[in-house]
Design a protein around this ligand. Sequence first.
Ligand code: HPA
Length: 248
Amino acid sequence: MLAIIGGTGLNQLGNLKITHRQVMRTPFGEPSGPLTFGTINEHEVMFIARHGYGHTIPPHMVNYRANLWALRDQGAKRVIAVASVGGIRADLIPGTLVVPSQIIDYTHGRAFTYFDGREQSVTHIDFTLPYTESLRQSVLEAAHHAGETCVNGGVYAATQGPRLETAAEINRYEGDGADMVGMTGMPEAALARELGVEYATIAVVVNYAAGRGTSKQAIALDEIGTFAQPAMARVRKILEGVVERYDN
Ligand code: HPA
């Protein structure tokens, strides 16, 4: 089954016909909330709001391990993560949708692995391509089919938050090769890979990154919703198309 992890601006899916909710406990604690099960155009999906249904869990406090574990436990073979980002690359202006292809991890102090050495031999995963390419392509095809423009590829810089970045930090990330910046991309992507779950992200650019565009002096936090809301409506359309491509 396909699972959707909703980020800021996507705490629920309007086009999801809910059948039931399930409270979960995992060996890693509790997920951000109950899993929501339902259908989009008759296709089964499950959904979880990364920051909780009331949007109360900040990025560094999300129990990423419990979220992914719970989804997999309930039969998720693939996960589409929706995430808000700040645009660093000049063409990634607010309102743009991107399907990133690479990640740089700047987070710290998060519970980032299932392989922490207890009662297991040392395990490494390959993470050369952090997103599942076939799932990325499905998102892009669904977007194309829905007539929605979606940028193919880009490097997602995962920062610790919850504060936004300094302009100098953004310059540094750009020098490292980053195109967009967000706070939740890691360890989520790596945990999905550790569990063998396919994973791709739809990143929604909701602001210029610090020091760029209209964020030269400050990021206007109150304006973020202006871009997030219409963009999330487009994300929902794309998700409808992705769900159709995977019927189990
Ligand atoms: N930085 C980090 N995370 C974000 C941003 C940003 O500018 N916008 C949305 N999430």
